[in-house]
Design a protein around this ligand. Structure first.
Ligand SMILES: Cc1cc2nc3c(=O)[nH]c(=O)nc-3n(C[C@H](O)[C@H](O)[C@H](O)COP(=O)(O)OP(=O)(O)OC[C@H]3O[C@@H](n4cnc5c(N)ncnc54)[C@H](O)[C@@H]3O)c2cc1C
Length: 532
């Protein structure tokens, strides 16, 4: 066995691991990052294996949360090679009758488009945006801080009277369906808000869906849905480069297989290739909660409430993603007024609700809600001129009882299930864009198993490190009573999407973990001095 010694060992080089590592290196700590895969990035990677000269983002693709995140913005990644690109429109939702609901980067353009289809909605849209201008920074800051978010909570309270006081808090807590109905008469705002709420696995008629819909829609309106020029991997490269420039060390192909705990304190991480990395001040684990608490740490070392709480830990649904290389743009039956980077595909809000209900009752959805990325529209470097690098993903049950569609998909997600379900997804696009199939140069399907093989955190294709529903958020994430990065074991912190505030590329769980490690190390030094 080989060994090394560091101030901190970070497990996992996804965005949260790299954010934590950067912050600790900024404090002058010696930091080792251990990554199981051959490459850094976790769910923020791109590759060229679908078709020559095409870049595809293997998992995540659009980064409004990264741009809005004070943490990631504070790293000034543009100095480390990152360049953001944006599509002419942020988001589009085509309807079967050939119309589009469009979110343009310019709120006045969005409002004009809405006004044309339903008089009054334009003004209502601008009102909603103006309210968000007052409180959005505090809502985002509060969500990204450890619980309770004191500073941003106070900031929000100070601004509330400008946006209607408790009524606005009620808006945030209202299910997205009601929220859209109360404020707008037309279809477009309803589709945009509900589609964005569907990025999380919160039922559309439950509290939390309104906040999610509002958050992503207003971020789209204020910071856009930007993408890194050249591929998602460029965001990771910038984070990794910044860390290494500060003396940090990354070891890829080094799977952590155990965290050594001595007298209630995490002291080292062991890897599958026979290395023991001692951590003098902290171990930051950016693995899934189950992987940390049901594997890496001996159960006997864990507080009882964590062991008990983990029995009820719930994953979010699985995912199937299809990547296409197209020899031309998507041939939408009616072209949108402005070409969007992100596209939502569902005939109606009722159909989104139905697909959601099917997934949650264990059925493979008959008419899946598709999240689509027209990546070359957003960043022309992704594929040769005139072509399109495209993907779509949708959710499937973690445990399948049947197929709500007609093809008898079993939900075992072998090659046969993956390909048949990809055909179902593709047929949805073909209906809205006749001739889509004839533009395909190559197609790749990643099902739940392929997700997990490429990133152990994506358990069963779950993309958010655990359900985002209210019963597992805030102080309930990942188990009741936590809501912070501390684990109950001294020097061990959970910093992945399984920790508060959950999934998305904003780096908040990683930053919360790194900050907690620094604060505890300082406190220990101070109390040590006081004793002497
Ligand atoms: C298909 C898909 C689409 C998404 N789209 C978006 C999007 O457009 N925008 C957005 O903001 N978010 C999106 N997300 C969510 C976002 O990517 C994740 O929430 C985010 O990557 C979580 O970061 P993380 O660092 O916690 O985990 P990950 O990014 O999953 O990284 C974890 C890392 O830890 C490593 N690891 C795991 N176990 C070990 C071990 N034992 N030893 C060593 N290393 C280990 C893994 O290999 C991986 O590299 C998407 C996710 C997926 C899967």
């Amino acid at each position: 066995m080989t060994s090394s010694t560091h101030d901190a060992v970070v497990i996992g080089a996804g965005p949260n691991g790299l954010v934590a590592a950067n912050h600790l290196a900024d404090q002058g700590w010696s930091v080792l990052v251990l990554e199981a895969q051959p490459d850094v990035g976790g769910a923020v990677r791109s590759d060229r294996s679908v078709y020559p000269e095409f870049v595809h983002d293997t998992f995540s693709a659009f980064y409004p949360l990264a741009v809005a995140s004070p943490t990631i913005a504070g790293f000034e990644l543009e100095r480390h090679g990152l360049r953001w690109r944006e599509a002419p429109a942020v988001l589009g939702h085509p309807t079967p009758d050939g119309e589009w609901a469009l979110l343009h980067r310019d709120r006045d353009v969005t409002a004009d488009l809405m006004e044309k289809t339903h008089p009054g909605d334009g003004e209502a849209w601008l009102e909603l945006c103006a309210e968000w201008d007052q409180v959005g920074r505090h809502v985002v800051g509060g969500l990204m801080s450890p619980f309770p978010p004191v500073r941003h909570g106070v900031g929000l309270l100070a601004k509330l009277h400008r946006v209607g006081g408790p009524e606005f808090v009620r808006t945030l807590l209202t299910p997205v369906d009601d929220l859209a109905r109360r404020r707008f008469g037309g279809r477009a705002p309803h589709l945009l808000l509900a589609g964005n709420a569907s990025h999380a696995d919160i039922p559309m008629d439950a509290a939390g869906s309104g906040l999610m819909g509002l958050l992503l829609t207003m971020l789209g309106q204020t910071v856009g849905f930007p993408v890194p020029e050249g591929g998602a991997g460029r965001l990771t490269e910038a984070l990794a480069r910044r860390f290494v420039d500060r003396g940090g060390e990354i070891r890829c192909g080094a799977e952590a297989v155990g965290v050594d705990v001595e007298r209630g304190r995490a002291v080292a991480v062991r890897t599958g290739d026979g290395h023991r990395a001692a951590a003098g001040r902290a171990v930051v684990a950016t693995v899934g909660a189950s992987s940390l608490y049901d594997g890496l740490v001996p159960t006997a070392a864990l507080p009882r409430r964590v062991v008990r709480g983990m029995r009820n830990f719930a994953l979010d649904p699985g995912t199937v993603k299809v990547d296409w290389a197209l020899d031309g743009p998507v041939p939408w039956q009616s072209a949108p007024a402005y070409s969007p980077g992100t596209v939502h595909v569902s005939d109606s809000v009722a159909e989104m609700t139905q697909a959601f209900g099917q997934v949650h009752s264990g059925l493979v959805p008959a008419d899946p809600f598709l999240l689509v990325g027209q990546m070359t529209q957003a960043d022309p470097t992704r594929s040769p001129t005139g072509t399109e690098s495209l993907w779509a993903y949708t959710h499937v049950p973690q445990s399948t009882v049947g197929d709500a569609g007609e093809e008898g998909i079993r939900g075992v997600w072998d090659r046969d299930d993956n390909e048949r379900f990809a055909d179902r997804m593709q047929a949805r696009l073909e209906r809205l864009a006749p001739g889509f199939g004839s533009r395909i140069l190559a197609r790749r399907v990643l099902g739940p198993r392929e997700f997990e093989a490429r990133d152990a955190n994506l358990v069963g294709g779950a993309i958010n490190g655990g359900t985002a529903q209210l019963h597992q958020q805030l102080v309930f994430r990942p188990v009741p009573g936590l809501g912070r990065a501390e684990t109950g074991i001294t020097n061990l912190y959970l910093g992945s999407a399984s920790a508060h505030p959950g999934g998305g590329v904003h780096g908040a769980p990683g930053m919360n973990a790194a900050r907690a490690a620094v604060v505890h190390a300082r406190l220990r030094r101070l109390t040590g001095r006081a004793r002497r």
